[in-house]
Design a protein. Structure first.
Length: 179
C-alpha cells in the first residue's frame, strides 16, 4: 500500500513539474497573438482606412492632412505614411460621388473587424474585414473588403509595414485607384 501511494505521489509530482515548466518557445515566436495586441493592431490599421474614407467627403481644408507616424503605440513605417498621404491627396482631389457627375458623398463610416492575427518570428499578419459605408444625397453605398496588414516587431515595438487587399477583383471605395 505504501508503495502504491509513493508511485501515485511520484506521478502527481511528475505531472505538476511538467505543468510548471515554462514553455521553451519564447513569447515573441508563438503563432498566436493575444487579444490586447490584436485589438491594438486593429485600431492602428483602422485609423488608416478611416482617414481615407473621410477624404472621400467634401470638407473644408483641414490642417491634419499628414498621416500620423504612430497610432496607439504602433509605429507606422515611413513608406506606409508616404503611401497613405498620397492616397489621401488623390482621394481628396477626385470626383467624390458614387457615379461621375452624381451627388457628392456627404458622410463616410469605416469599421474593421479582425479575423485573425498570426505571429511568425518577428512578423505579425493581421487579416481583417473592412466595412465601409458612404452616404450621398439620396442614398448610400456599402462595401466589405478583406485586407491583410503586415507588422514587424523589434522587442516590444510593433511597426505597420504593409497593407493589401486580399481579393484582387475588389476595388475599395477608399483606395485611390478606385474610379
Amino acid at each position: 500500500m505504501a508503495r502504491g501511494t509513493r508511485s501515485g505521489l511520484a506521478m502527481v509530482l511528475a505531472i505538476a513539474a511538467c505543468v510548471m515548466v515554462p514553455s521553451s518557445t519564447p513569447a515573441m515566436s508563438r503563432p498566436t497573438v493575444d487579444d490586447e495586441t490584436k485589438q491594438q493592431l486593429t485600431v492602428a490599421a483602422r485609423s488608416l482606412l478611416e482617414r481615407r474614407s473621410k477624404a472621400l467627403v467634401q470638407q473644408p481644408r483641414r490642417r491634419d492632412r499628414q498621416s500620423p507616424s504612430e497610432v496607439l503605440g504602433v509605429q507606422i513605417s515611413p513608406l506606409v505614411v508616404r503611401n497613405q498621404d498620397r492616397a489621401l491627396r488623390e482621394l481628396a482631389n477626385r470626383n467624390r460621388a458614387p457615379v461621375e457627375g452624381g451627388p457628392a458623398y456627404t458622410g463616410a463610416r469605416t469599421r474593421l473587424r479582425a479575423d485573425r492575427a498570426v505571429r511568425t518570428g518577428d512578423r505579425i499578419t493581421l487579416e481583417a474585414t473592412e466595412h465601409t459605408e458612404v452616404r450621398y444625397e439620396n442614398g448610400r453605398l456599402t462595401q466589405s473588403v478583406r485586407r491583410r496588414f503586415e507588422f514587424t516587431t523589434q522587442g516590444e515595438q510593433i511597426t505597420l509595414v504593409a497593407e493589401r487587399v486580399l481579393d484582387p477583383s475588389v476595388h475599395p471605395l477608399n483606395d485611390p485607384d478606385h474610379h
